[in-house]
Design a protein around this ligand. Structure first.
Ligand SMILES: *Cc1c(COP(=O)(O)O)cnc(C)c1O
Length: 469
């Protein structure tokens, strides 16, 4: 097989796709059902030439791709898979490292050590913290909460990592009512239950109410974990760490922060005050594939107390070399043994943008979000429901209509925006009502793109209102 021409072909196709991005509608041209039928060939008996397979993949997949890397993609909270990270990730695949331990994959382990140090520096989190390079914030939440579970139970004379949870003292888990659904999943995976929690009341922006938290934590007697949030998925709001963390600490609770995208505010001087006090926590989950723009998948499980982190994740086997003092095995901080060398893409993104480039990108995105919100709020009948301090905007159309009619109009505007294809925006349910949610989380999205997005949304709104008359 010609490695040279095959890899060149893959790189050429990748570049063509990226260069076409601004010209293509921001929506898949072929939906799920059609994609399944296009891919549905019988299992091949005979193999095929690798270049032919690649071109077949391009033909079958490309129409069904969403322009998540595009400058006007505002759906969910999705980073832009920056070319610098993608290129490093292509090499990561080509190098084929199983990055479980430092003896087998020295360079992969070293890149994680340094990228990890850089992350702690950028986010200004305790420098003694350990970091697991995981697939995303869901697994980062899982990993951090596993460390939390072990630490709080050991403090009460029980080691769940060896003995399991049966017979263990019960752990009180306090969590904000507007936490991300994946945190509840992480609790479920850990045997802590997604419903067996104390859900603490939140305010209009989805922030934990400190008085309600104070009452809930006062009732705690025994091992406890408090889960707070930097960046609510709809509003972008931050919990009041300065008030909440000391309350939790007074009860020896472990404080975990879900900061999937919001924790990046720490890397931006203008936005950093939003997360004041977050450094007082014990663990932090965040994503690389959101605001750092690394390609999928990339997340970080950061734990202040390295030993708690390692005890929760260590895999010991006779054939695995043991790490000595000062040596770090990537697999000791994540659930997996065999794993992708994720440190390379993170290293490349931080090296490429630098501290100032990351700060500028976050500020640019936040300003674009403000521009969008301001333009749309000017129009009668459109309401911006959140205080736009970060990168998230939630909108409601038909502000003067009945709630049900407003739901219908909002859904209609979302459908028209998606059909138009100049931008992509999705919906969400907030406080029981349909909203349009815009997330500005792409390195290319600036004021100009925000203006284009506002134009697209306003024209869809006009059409929806005309249609309703
Ligand atoms: C995206 C997100 C998650 C889940 O992260 P994944 O990368 O999808 O695993 C968790 N919490 C918040 C606040 C998020 O925005």
């Amino acid at each position: 097989m010609e490695v040279d021409s095959l890899f060149r072909l893959a790189a050429a196709e990748a570049a063509r796709f990226r260069n076409d991005v601004p010209e293509r509608p921001h929506r898949p041209l072929r939906g799920y059902a059609d994609s399944v039928s296009i891919f549905s060939e019988p299992l091949p008996d005979e193999g095929a030439d690798a270049e032919g397979v690649l071109m077949q993949l391009v033909a079958m997949a490309e129409p069904g791709l969403h322009l998540m890397a595009g400058p006007r993609f505002f759906g969910w909270v999705i980073g832009g898979s920056h070319p610098a990270g993608v290129a490093a990730d292509m090499l990561t695949s080509a190098w084929g490292q199983n990055a479980g331990n430092h003896v087998a994959a020295p360079a992969a382990a070293a890149a994680e050590v340094v990228a990890g140090r850089w992350l702690l520096d950028l986010l200004d989190l305790p420098r003694e913290s350990s970091i697991g390079f995981v697939t995303g914030a869901t697994v980062a939440n899982f990993t951090c909460l596993a460390a939390a579970r072990g630490a709080v139970l050991r403090a009460h004379g029980w080691d769940p990592d060896s003995k399991g949870l049966f017979g263990a003292p019960p752990i009180a888990v306090l969590i904000g009512d507007d936490a991300h659904t994946t945190v509840f999943s992480a609790l479920q995976f850990l045997g802590l239950g997604h419903d067996r929690v104390v859900r603490v009341e939140t305010d209009g922006e989805g922030r934990i109410r400190p008085e309600a938290f104070g009452q809930a934590i006062a009732a705690v007697d025994g091992p406890a974990i408090a889960i707070v949030q930097a960046g609510q998925i709809n509003t972008g709001a931050f919990d009041d760490f300065q008030r909440l963390v000391p309350l939790a600490k007074a009860k020896d609770a472990w404080v975990h922060v879900d900061g999937a995208f919001g924790l990046w505010a720490r890397a931006c001087p203008e936005r950093r005050p939003l997360a004041t006090g977050v450094e007082l926590a014990d663990s932090w989950a965040m994503d690389g594939h959101k605001w750092l723009q690394t390609p999928y998948d990339s997340g970080y499980a950061i734990v202040r107390e390295e030993l708690a982190h390692r005890r929760a994740m260590t895999i010991a086997a006779s054939y695995l070399p043991l790490a000595r003092e000062g040596e770090r095995d990537p697999s000791h901080y994540v659930p997996e043994l065999s794993r992708r060398a994720r440190g390379f893409a993170t290293w490349a993104m931080i090296r490429h943008l630098g501290r100032s480039g990351i700060a500028a990108m976050i500020e640019r995105n936040c300003r674009a979000a403000t521009t969008l919100a301001e333009r749309l709020a000017e129009r009668n009948g459109i309401a911006v429901l959140n205080t736009v301090e970060l990168n998230q905007v939630i909108l409601r159309f038909g502000a003067k209509l009945s709630p049900d009619a407003g739901d219908r109009l909002t859904q209609e505007v979302i459908a028209l925006v998606q059909k138009d294809g100049r931008i992509f925006a999705g919906g969400a349910v907030w406080r029981g009502r349909q909203v349009m949610r815009l997330s500005v989380c792409n390195w290319q999205t600036d004021e100009r793109e925000a203006q284009l997005a506002a134009d697209a949304i306003l024209s869809a709104y006009e059409r929806a209102v005309d249609g309703a008359d």
